[in-house]
Write a protein that binds this ligand. Structure first.
Ligand code: NIG
Ligand code: FE
Length: 403
């Protein structure tokens, strides 16, 4: 064990979220030594022999990894409260989309918005997540669809990471909806996505991954496959919105391209879960969208569990299907609506969410990981997913710094 370090958090119960004999990977009476922004030691206080420059007494409270929200669309302009009313008056999400509303209405508003206005509203939403303990956030584009607005969105998303104590991962979601200028020509639009936007996004290093909406109101599997091929050629990771409203076998296709994650997956069949297992792909559950769209088809949780496919949980924060800026509410929904256990739900917003972003240096409390940590005044980790809007961290460390 290293003898000296910058910082020591001691007198804490630690939910490391590592697999082991204890639920939540718990270490009672623990301590965490931090040096240069990283965790260098985790263990019981009795065995801790480091000499820190600064010590912090955790007062017996619970220390958890910072949360990871691995699927959001939180850079956008406007709102869709009118569509909420339309749905409550009997129209479906699909019908609204087919009439030119839905994603396209947010595209209109986002194209018109200045980068400053987009950033201000994104900061407000991201701040709500930070106050609940989120320290890594994925943000998708996809409300611009033209080159300039997609770049504007991705730049705004990346700026969040310089303005706030947050690590940002960005995803280019060009194949989200067919923009008006390509009406009737989805192949032409996919050409544009693959030949004009993706090379530019890659050249400017604006995104880590590429995502698609594989659905009748989105893009066909063949069109999505063209996007995946281009992404792979450019060295970008693949993610996919699949099987949200119907079973187009999008998950199998995404797994053929070693997708980091397949997201939504309510209509994924139990048989097709094997493809996720084979390709080491994370199943991202988005119970907020399931709830908000009043869906009834649930993802194949039992099969995912049986195959030991890692399940992540995310907010899907967006104006149309999941206007929910609360990761813990979504973790609660994953338990109540999808029957995850509280431990599965907490793994879903920590270790498995990190894996859905291709990251193995966070979401767990372990030597070598980033020191993104939150201290909670709770008696048990399950409390965090049981209560709604009741808990906020009493202390937060981002890269080892108290924020
Ligand atoms: O994850 N499914 C596609 N995209 C978003 C919704 C976008 C919207 O309705 O604005 C989702 O649910
Ligand atoms: Fe989404």
């Amino acid at each position: 064990m290293p003898k000296q370090c910058d910082y020591l958090i001691y007198n804490v119960q630690i939910a490391t979220m590592l697999d082991g004999s204890e639920p939540y990977g718990t270490i009672e009476n623990g301590c965490v030594a931090i040096d240069n922004g990283s965790i260098i030691y985790v263990g019981e206080m009795d065995n801790c022999e480091v000499t820190p420059l600064t010590k912090f007494d955790g007062g017996g409270n619970w220390l958890l990894p910072g949360f990871v929200d691995c699927h959001t669309h939180l850079v956008y302009a406007g709102d869709r409260a009118n569509e909420f009313e339309m749905r409550l008056n009997g129209q479906s999400y699909q019908q609204i989309a087919e009439q030119g509303g839905g994603i396209k209405s947010t595209v209109n508003a986002t194209r018109k918005a200045s980068p400053e206005a987009l950033l201000a509203s994104a900061i407000a939403r991201a701040t709500a997540l930070i106050h609940e303990g989120v320290s890594t956030l994925e943000v998708k584009s996809g409300y611009g669809l033209d080159l300039d607005t997609e770049i504007k969105m991705l730049q705004v998303a990346n700026t969040l990471g310089t303005e706030l104590p947050l690590n940002i991962r960005t995803t280019y979601l060009g194949a989200h909806a067919l923009p008006l200028e390509y009406a009737g020509d989805p192949e032409g639009y996919i050409d544009f996505v693959c030949h004009q936007v993706m090379p530019k996004v890659s050249e400017l290093s604006l995104a880590d991954s590429v995502d698609v909406f594989c659905e009748s109101i989105g893009f066909s599997p063949a069109q999505c496959e063209r996007v995946f091929k281009t992404a792979k050629n450019l060295g970008l990771n693949v993610k996919a919105h699949v099987e949200q409203l119907s079973d187009l076998k999008g998950a199998k296709l995404a797994c053929d391209y070693h997708a980091l994650s397949v997201d939504h997956i309510e209509y994924l069949t139990s048989e097709d879960v094997v493809y996720l297992k084979q390709s080491n792909t994370v199943a991202v559950l988005l119970p907020g969208a399931f709830y908000f769209l009043k869906e009834t088809q649930k993802p194949p949780i039992e099969a995912l569990r049986a195959q030991q496919v890692p399940m992540a949980v995310a907010t899907d924060l967006n104006p149309g299907s999941s206007p929910i800026a609360s990761i813990l509410t979504c973790a609660n929904m994953a338990c109540v609506l999808f029957e995850l256990t509280p431990e599965e739900a907490l793994k879903g917003i920590t270790v498995h969410a990190a894996k859905a972003l291709g990251l193995d240096d966070r979401g767990i409390i372990k030597a070598g990981c980033r020191a993104d940590l939150c201290l909670w005044d709770i008696s048990h980790p399950a409390q965090l997913v049981y209560g709604i809007n009741q808990y906020n961290p009493i202390k937060r460390w981002f890269g080892g710094q108290l924020v």
